[in-house]
Design a binder for this molecule. Structure first.
Ligand code: COI
Length: 353
């Protein structure tokens, strides 16, 4: 019998919020007073608990350490001028979390545990959602295989947890990218579309090489030929050629981004032609060469919308032109207006906490 109807809450004795310098936050370093934890055992989810943020105890043989059964989501809560707090498209994240869980042979989480748990947790730490341009509370739901024992098989015990971190946008400063021509992030039939922790681990080494050359991210290409643009790990990617926006269609190697979907919808409603189709590296290079390449930008929960200043592909280094009618900035404005409750939400994306 699932014990998810009631949430057991153990509040901190004293909040640490007065010790936080909200003007100097480093992404993902500061966590709120509380976290949520729910264990899956004996084939079912147990009591949902909200407790003080702190270490958890698991054995060294815990399966997540050995076989990487770990998935996560990235979400945000926003505060409006009147102090109301909103989640952005939380059901989309819940759905994707379960798609990831299924692919990693992990148990799916009921909607009420995910959504009600998040709402309760956010409302308890509401003071941590600051009001101001670019400010939000980054929510990190995740699940790990917590069963002890090193047999290579799916675990029989899992922990679903949510931690929360006050944040500005993910990238500070200019972002330039390398277009992958050697390493790959994801394979056909693999887990690239899931928010599996291992996808990120696999990208760290090539990303370090890019960083050494002064590039902040990699735009991954298809593993088979390295000829088609896919995604950037922390972001989906949009290319503006002339007045058209191009983005790779979802497949089993590309994360099905919530911000990506929002951008596509808003762009169409702004009268921008959006083509979801394969975009080859050659097409990008030719557009850069003949001057029709106007913008490249990334979209993601943490990153929001990030204009890309330049790219490198093999021997080619290209700087994007300055734009006075940037689609990235226009769409970022429209997205933030919805997130911060400054504009009508005709899509029903805001969910009040
Ligand atoms: C997010 O945008 O929430 C992500 O998952 C990117 C993260 C790795 C920082």
């Amino acid at each position: 019998m699932m014990k998810t109807d009631a949430i057991v809450i153990d509040k901190v004795k004293e909040s640490k919020i007065s010790t936080i310098d909200f003007d100097n936050l480093t992404f993902g370093k500061t966590f709120t007073d509380h976290m949520l934890e729910c264990t899956w055992r004996d084939g079912d989810w147990q009591t949902v608990e909200i407790k003080p943020y702190g270490p958890i105890q698991v054995e060294p043989s815990c399966k997540v350490f050995h076989y990487g059964q770990a998935i996560f989501e990235g979400m945000k809560a926003f505060k409006d001028a009147t102090g109301d707090v909103f989640l952005f498209r939380p059901e989309d994240n819940w759905r994707r979390f379960n798609e990831s869980a299924k692919r990693l042979a992990m148990p799916e989480i009921p909607k009420e545990v995910f959504i009600n748990g998040l709402k309760k947790l956010v409302s308890l730490d509401k003071e941590w959602v600051r009001f101001g341009e670019g400010l939000s509370l980054y929510l990190r739901p995740f699940m790990i295989a917590s069963e002890s024992g090193v047999a290579a098989a799916p675990a029989t015990e899992y922990k679903f947890m949510v931690i929360m971190s006050p944040a500005f946008a993910y990238y500070k400063g200019d972002v330039r990218v390398v277009i992958a021509s050697e390493y790959s992030r994801a394979a056909n039939g693999g887990v690239g579309y899931a928010k599996a922790a291992g996808n990120y681990a696999a990208s760290f080494y090539p990303n370090n090489l890019a960083l050494q050359e002064g590039y902040q991210q990699i735009i991954w290409t298809d593993a088979a030929s390295h000829e088609y643009l896919e995604e950037a790990g922390t972001m989906n990617i949009f290319i503006r050629v002339g007045n058209k926006l191009l983005t790779a269609p979802n497949n089993d190697r590309i994360l099905n981004g919530v911000t990506r979907r929002s951008v596509i919808q808003m762009a169409k409603d702004h009268g921008i032609i959006v083509e979801e189709r394969r975009v080859s590296v050659n097409e990008l290079r030719e557009a850069a060469h003949d001057g029709t390449l106007k913008e490249i930008f990334g979209s993601g929960t943490a990153a929001v919308i990030v204009p890309i200043k330049g790219f490198k592909h093999k021997e080619l280094k290209h700087e994007l032109p300055e734009s006075n009618d940037s689609y990235a900035l226009k769409l970022m404005g429209a997205l933030k207006d919805i997130q911060y409750n400054r504009a009508e939400d005709k899509y029903g994306w805001r969910v009040k906490v």
